[in-house]
Design a protein. Sequence first.
Lengths: 162, 421
Amino acid sequence: MMAKPLIDMQTWFDLQQLYADYASAVDSGQWHLWPEFFTEDCIYKLQPRENHERGFQLATLFFTSKGMLKDRAYGISETIFHDPYYQRHVVGAPIVKKVENGRIYSEANYAVFRTKLDKESTVYNVGRYLDTIVQTPEGFKFAERLCVYDSEMIPNSIIYPI
Amino acid sequence: MQEHPIHWETEGTSRIPFAVYTNKDSHKKELDRLFYKDHWSYVGLEAEIPNAGDFKRTVIGERSVIMTRGQDGQIHVVENVCAHRGMAFCRERHGNKKELVCPYHQWSYALDGKLQGVPFRRGVRQDGKVNGGMPADFDPKDHGLKSLKVAARGGVVFASFDHAVAPLEDYMGPTILKYFDRLFNGRKLTLLGYNRQRIPGNWKLMQENIKDPYHPGLLHTWFVTFGLWRADNKSELRMDEHHRHAAMISTRGTSGQATGQASDVTQVSSFKASMQLNDPSFLDIVPEPWWQLGDQVPTAVMMTLFPSVIFQQQVNSVSTRHIQPDGHGAFDFVWTHFGFEDDTPEMTQRRLRQANLFGPAGFVSADDGEVIEFSQEAFETKPAHRTFAELGGRDVGETDHMVTETLIRGMYEYWRKVMED
């Protein structure tokens, strides 16, 4: 049986759009777009499921401000040597778990495929987003985006944002 | 297919044949001689199994092993191979158990690997007669799990399939032991978590990566730009007497940045003079008392303990990096980040933030995996060729600078001694 929706149609539409826009941005190769989805004092974490479930704080990436995301975006294009690749996010429909004090707590499954030059496309990173979303004058932003991934072995490296 | 033979061009080890990374027969021999005999391998931290009955499944070489803590608090390491039909029965990676049971035929073992129970050992009574059962001379003592020799020091646990292996302290040697004890000085460790990556390259390349002080200031822009690792930092390279283990010791310039124009030191384009962090908390470095060693206060000590592990201190970020070979052309690389029991919450946060530099997505470590992959890619295409590791000469010795590949040459000097014997 379906539970009564926690948000109205317009909010649901905006939320869907946020998820879709984010996926489109991180697959675009324009890394400067990525930090703009977040609030100034955001939290972004990319964390193995193992650490998440066992209560270990270590994350593969652990950023606590929009500034850190900008530094990462700079690192991707300027400082980290890596094999170039394309990535493609497929993100499931978000589930709104809770709405409290204007904050939307939602989750969505994701799968990211990687395609390296001259190589086949492979499953790269699979997991779910645990998000806290807030309304700002510029629309919905992530106050927190936690990417908890099932993938046990990172295929060598993760450079671009999930 | 015939494996390409390993041919050394010179007497020394400055020209390393590609075939040492591609030869499958040699890989098997390495497992036997470097991982299963005469050597200690890393298995984990005591903090991973704090309570009686705790266990952690891990790997030595390519063999699955289980580290357990017995009811008496004693640490054991047993092989994950049932003594009956050989099944790798332990599937969880961690947990707490009173005994180890193979589900196939329910053979059960104590946490130290001793066989405790064998179903139908004395047969099954049916219609007044006993069917089957183990032979009369069956002795459970002969059918335990393979139990390994275990040594723990400073909260770090090592094991060896070879019960005749030298004591751990002798194995490390006094030079390396000094740096090991600096990091693991008896304080209880706390577990911050894991990162796991699969690197498609020969396992030795990771040892070499951390025996190579030539690359960090060139490949890793962050190290140069923020003075964390620069060719003009005060530094030392130390080895054990066999030249198999090493420590690269570096002290960051006193003003936070190394002295002198960084661009003059690196002479390369990877240096970003204008690079500024939007958020400097990535590098919120706070010196810790334990860094001091004699009259030195190193800010980075990278230890390679041959063959299985790297111990990392890079400013406030400390971790173990476990090398788990899988065939000649790949290895799993498992990072365990830790802290110390007396860390403040701020120090824990600092360690977690600085961890952004390391691991499979790290600002300075992601590229290490990448270069290893692309090296292996080339090795496979022309195994008759060799690498060239002659920075700082062709010989092997400790130095007070890092403009040398001497540690790599040292490791292969040892490798040749063991493998060509």
